[in-house]
Write a protein of this length. Structure first.
Length: 121
């Protein structure tokens, strides 16, 4: 795994990290869309529960969102309700073959971001 954030859970573990495959896909997206990006873990509407990558100007982060840290210098957010259910595990963002989320910048690359956890590997 690469690029573990400095932000930690109550147990002292990093809350989000990324695999080299995810960082490679993120670098490709940055080359097309610039560095001002953010991730938001979808809560199930429209595109399931996939991590979505957006231009920061295209997604409004609100007080209901929790920043879990950064991967590849990009902040990673999750809705507080969802965070309350997942806060006891480390999330690992990976990239696999497939179609990205409808609104996510990984769409059209032939790869998509995928969230893995200690609970769901």
């Amino acid at each position: 795994m690469a690029d573990t954030t400095a932000e930690t859970s109550g147990a002292g573990r990093a809350m989000v990290s990324a695999t080299d495959a995810a960082l490679d896909l993120l670098a490709e997206i940055k080359s097309r869309h610039g560095d001002d990006l953010l991730f938001h873990q979808s809560g199930g509407c429209c595109d399931g529960s996939a991590p979505m990558c957006f231009a920061a100007s295209d997604y409004m982060v609100g007080p209901q969102d929790v920043c879990l840290g950064r991967i590849g210098s990009v902040p990673f957010y999750m809705n507080r309700d969802q965070h309350d259910r997942w806060k006891h595990t480390t999330l690992t963002i990976d990239a696999v073959a497939g179609m990205g989320g409808m609104f996510s910048l990984d769409n059209g690359t032939g790869r998509r971001f995928l969230t893995r956890s200690e609970v769901c590997l």
